[in-house]
Design a protein around this ligand. Sequence first.
Ligand code: AMP
Length: 138
Amino acid sequence: MKDVFCMIIAGEIPSAKVYEDDEVLAFLDISQATKGHTLVVPKEHYENFLECPKELMNKVMDVAQRIGNAQKKALGASGVNILTNVGESAGQTVKHFHVHVMPRFNDYKDGLEIIMKEQDDAKKDLAGLAQKISSEIK
Ligand code: AMP
């Protein structure tokens, strides 16, 4: 099914392009949660990070790294958040694998909030939890 990023890739709707090669496209996120907020996507459609073949995923991550470095140089960012959401429960709204590359600035109030709160319940059996995940790694 054609999603909004497929349409951007096909040139059917406009975007502010940051980078393009045969397999990967990067463009500014329309919401600009931070100034310079960029999305990196594979041109071939995969629903999310977990579905994307490794070789292509590596190319997307390589471009994300290069854009993060460019944001530091070009915009004077002091930090960068790299984020990819998998599934609705994780906040994914566009079902086409994408990596958010979001520059951060000292003394600048932006629209990005990442809060990680300790969960006492989840912390109860770390060894058991680690073993459970470990046993399913392919
Ligand atoms: P996610 O919530 O991780 O799926 O992120 C989807 C992102 O796509 C959001 O940050 C949106 O602002 C962004 N987005 C949606 N439509 C467009 C568009 N036409 N051009 C650029 N970014 C878009």
